[in-house]
Design a protein around this ligand. Structure first.
Ligand code: B12
Ligand code: SF4
Length: 610
């Protein structure tokens, strides 16, 4: 099911509120020293084409923004641990400035959730007096918050709060907690007292257990859908997040100091940068429009130019990946972003000569704005990823078609922007077709000829939070168990085939492999060398070489999964996963009895430390 949306006139926070909120919290945090550790959960079993190398070269934008927000709220003692760099880290052994962290903030996608749960389990094994306040955010908490409570059926192994919103929600939460924490105790105690006083109920976007679980057994309090910050320029300064990164290592503890700023570029070679958010389409397998409450938000071109310049000058990083869902979603906004980027210059060189960036767009919108591609190139754009899905529109129709793809790719090739298509393979698509373009390999070959530089092929997978999620399960195609073993969360990545009606699902996995092999192969590599693409020669042969290497590694994983499915038995499910807890609004929570030791809801008690 999709996330609900707020009433049209109540989607956004008031303009300037995010900045003002941070200033208020900063004031409250004056003189307090609250160490926190932020962890990006990462399951290395997900390392597969097409992100085999990119995944380790990035310091994700979400955790950086969380770190910047904490810092801008006056909580400056933080460490950001990326599990892809520091896989053995254990929160229970963490010390920052010799002190046990008061907050553990975990960010997780669904595919990394097992690792997130292990982190929670480790923190929950600490004595209660030391245990940090555990917050979980990111896609796992947004779409399936219930999974981070009573992990493995153990009530004591739980996060304290699942945050279903963006950094603004965290700042709002901090404002409430600081009111308690400033008079003493720890952040976890502040949370317990705030919850007891019902002070968290006005912070939209939180899920937590009721203070007294017997008041609503099996229920979690859900404070409602978040408000969004409309103007992304309101976000805190970008560099703050980079100052908090943990140096990559294989120890379970933290280093005494964060990674020196002048060494960040050695590890974080590509910077994911928030540029725009949202998409006007409504594909049945995608949760993005609903998460954004069908809005489209951007940073201004000048703000982005400032951020790129700052990062380039201070960190020496040249490559950026815009975390857009559909960059060309709105023509005017695209112009407003691209123009200042193309005009920015420092040290007598234009921005495009200092940095390069790429992002995502639909093929339809990019083609509609073909005339803007030269401006895009002048602004430093060097690659554009397209959700082509299926060129024939058999899976989803969003204006894509072979002719416009060819025209677009050729234009991009001509001006020096790499076209990077992303395909979704589905049951109605044959591997090869005759006389038309419906076959997967036909499309891959067609796109390669049209100028594609890279290729992503995923299989249609139920995406939690999307319109078609439940329907996919109910259609009976979703695989629940293979060889008696339950499909794991890390396998729900689109790379492992986990949803197909095919009587031989292993063949579908092998089709993905064949699709990749039709793109990354020695013939295409040699072709790229002999008949070089004018402006994209290096990118083409480089990506072919890396792609072939990554394909060899991916093939092993694909074949193992295909082998398991071949051996079987494959058991499918007809029921979508049900939440393990019921989410109730604060109003549904049975009120406390005025007699007894629980306070009357009408007169909430305020517990403060002396
Ligand atoms: C950029 C991106 C990537 C990049 C970089 C990922 C990275 N490590 O940074 C690349 C291309 C590598 C990538 C890969 C994949 N991605 Co991706 N990706 C995105 C994208 C477009 C933007 C993410 C981002 O940086 N946003 C900007 C930052 C600032 O926002 P944010 O991450 O959402 O974080 C905010 C909040 O979530 C919250 N928050 C986050 N963490 C925490 C923690 C706490 C404690 C708190 C309080 C708040 C909080 O606050 C943050 C700031 O406001 C999102 C879609 C989207 N628009 O969100 C998909 C998305 C995250 N990806 C997704 C998927 C499925 C994948 C892949 C599996 C795709 C594939 N088939 O291969 C792979 C996985 C690779 C791997 N092994 O990890 C899904 C995850 C779905 C889910 N339920 O988990 C998303 C949501 C897209 C979708 N389908 O909806 N991805
Ligand atoms: S075009 Fe892409 S981002 Fe937009 S709804 Fe469809 S899949 Fe999601």
């Amino acid at each position: 099911m999709e996330l609900p949306r707020r009433p049209r006139d109540d989607i956004f926070t008031p303009a300037g509120e995010f900045r003002a909120l941070r200033a208020r919290v900063r004031q409250m945090a004056t003189g307090l020293d609250i160490p926190s550790v932020i962890v990006y959960a990462f399951d290395s079993r997900t390392r597969i084409l097409p992100f085999l190398f990119a995944d380790k070269m990035m310091a994700p934008a979400g955790v950086r923004l969380i770190g910047s927000t904490l810092c801008d709220c006056g909580l400056t003692q933080n460490r950001i641990v990326l599990q892809q760099w520091t896989p053995n880290f254990r929160p229970s052994l963490a010390k920052i400035g010799g002190r046990v962290p008061e907050m553990l903030l975990i960010s997780s996608m669904q595919i990394h959730a097992e690792k997130a749960c292990e982190l929670i389990e480790d923190a929950c094994a600490m004595p209660l007096s030391d245990r940090p306040l555990i917050l979980v955010g990111g896609p796992k908490a947004i779409y399936e918050p219930w999974d981070v409570f009573a992990i493995g059926g153990a009530p004591s192994v739980s996060a304290d709060i699942a945050v279903r919103g963006e950094a603004f929600v965290l700042a709002q939460l901090l404002e409430v907690l600081m009111d308690y924490r400033k008079s003493g105790g720890t952040m976890r105690q502040a949370f317990e007292h705030a919850r007891r006083d019902e002070a968290l109920e006005d912070v939209l976007g939180l899920v937590y257990q009721p203070e007294d679980p017997t008041r609503a057994p099996g229920c979690l309090v859900d404070t409602g859908i978040q408000r969004l910050v409309d103007d992304l320029d309101e976000h805190p300064p970008i560099l703050k997040g980079f100052h908090q990164l943990e140096t990559p290592h294989r120890h379970a503890t933290l280093r005494s100091k964060p990674l020196e700023i002048n060494r960040v570029h050695r590890y974080a070679r590509i910077v994911p940068l928030e540029m725009t958010k949202g998409c006007k389409f409504h594909c049945h397998f995608c949760p993005i429009p609903a998460f954004n409450q069908r809005t489209f938000r951007t940073k201004s071109g000048n703000h982005l130019a400032d951020e790129m310049q700052e990062i380039s000058q201070n960190l020496g990083i040249r490559h950026f990946f815009g975390t857009c869902d559909n960059f060309f979603n709105d023509r005017q906004r695209a112009i407003d972003v691209l123009t200042p980027l193309s005009e920015r210059a420092w040290n007598n060189k234009r921005l495009k000569n200092h940095v390069r960036w790429g992002t995502e767009s639909t093929q339809y919108d990019a083609h509609k704005n073909l005339d803007l591609m030269i401006l895009a190139r002048r602004s430093g754009m060097r690659a554009l990823w397209f959700g082509v899905e299926d060129l024939t529109g058999n899976l989803v129709k969003k204006g894509q078609d072979p002719d416009s793809a060819r025209e677009l790719f050729q234009e991009l090739d001509h001006i020096g922007v790499c076209p990077m298509p992303m395909m979704v393979h589905h049951d109605n698509q044959p591997l090869l077709s005759r006389g038309d373009l419906s076959g997967l390999i036909n499309q891959v070959v067609f796109l390669r000829k049209a100028g594609a530089i890279s290729m992503q092929i995923t299989s249609l997978t139920p995406s939690v939070g999307s319109r078609g999620y439940e329907e996919t399960f109910e259609s009976g195609c979703v695989i629940e168990r293979v060889g008696g073993t339950r499909v794991k969360e890390y396998q729900i990545d689109g790379n492992h085939v986990v949803a197909t009606n095919s009587p031989s699902p292993w063949t579908v996995q092998m089709r993905l492999l064949a699709g990749y092999a039709a793109f990354y192969n020695p013939i295409n590599f040699l072709d790229g060398c002999i008949r070089p693409r004018k402006r994209l020669f290096l990118a083409d042969v480089g990506i072919q070489a890396v792609g072939m290497y990554a394909l060899a590694k991916t093939a092993v994983k694909f074949m193992l999964w295909a082998g398991k499915m071949w051996w079987g038995p494959v058991k499918r499910s007809t029921e979508s996963p049900k939440p393990s807890w019921r989410l109730i609004s604060p109003d549904e929570l049975p009120k406390r009895d005025a007699s007894g030791d629980q306070a009357d809801a009408a007169a909430p008690i305020k517990v403060r430390f002396a």
